[in-house]
Design a binder for this molecule. Sequence first.
Ligand code: NJP
Length: 235
Amino acid sequence: MTDLTNQVAIVTGASRGIGRAIATLLAVQGAKVVCVARSEDELLEVAQKTNGLPVVADVCDERDAQLVVSETLSRYGRLDIVVCNAGVGSFNLLENFSAEEWDRMFDVNVKGTFLLCKAALPHLKEQQRGHIIGIASDVSKRTFVHGTAYGASKYAQHAVLDALRKEARPYGIKVSVIYPGLVDTHFNEAKPGGVDKEKTHLQPLDVAQAVRYVLEAPAHVVVDELMLHPVTQEW
Ligand code: NJP
């Protein structure tokens, strides 16, 4: 089993929801966590709770992605784990989507993943080791009404990581993609909690536990993909 103690992990979208749960769980396992998001107040709170490093950054911005990696290296001197979790989504019929909303989803979900991997890879390659984890979606693998834009962005994020897995493996770098179903978070302006959500939705901690499982695989094992759903969700 891989020990996470003192491993250095970047987690994007750490201010809320799944990213916050991942940052918190990794810190409990002894990792040093770099918490990334745009909302400074929430980020400072998470960083304080995890004893981590907060980096206020927009994952769509290439300079910010480079800054996240350089701040990590200057604080901790190494980088072991990159969790590309930040994501946005909204749902509508195709003809009702604005081009701006399409761009927003692709910018955060696809370009955000691309830019952070691009910034991190030279260091991971140099050390001949590292683990990149993408939080994609079960809709990276199926389509649905109202899901043209979000689904397309999640298919694309999955494709980026799938191809990167092939590029990175010769350098000893693992790439894992996690595909959750419904999760009870602030996603798409939802309010977490409420009636029966514990039955109809995964909790952020469920996804964080999946990340932990993937990261703790023995050095010679890579979990390429992991999909999880609430039992009640049709798939
Ligand atoms: O959503 P939410 P989740 N730059 O809204 C951050 C996937 N997923 O935890 O910047 C940097 O509670 C935002 O921070 P802030 C989903 O596609 C979810 O559910 O401060 N960060 C916040 O921390 C996504 O990839 C469900 O606004 C940016 C976080 O992202 C991942 O799970 C189902 C940013 C979003 O927290 C986490 O989403 C599924 C930017 N430009 C997949 N834009 C689900 N919830 O049902 C946003 O299949 N963030």
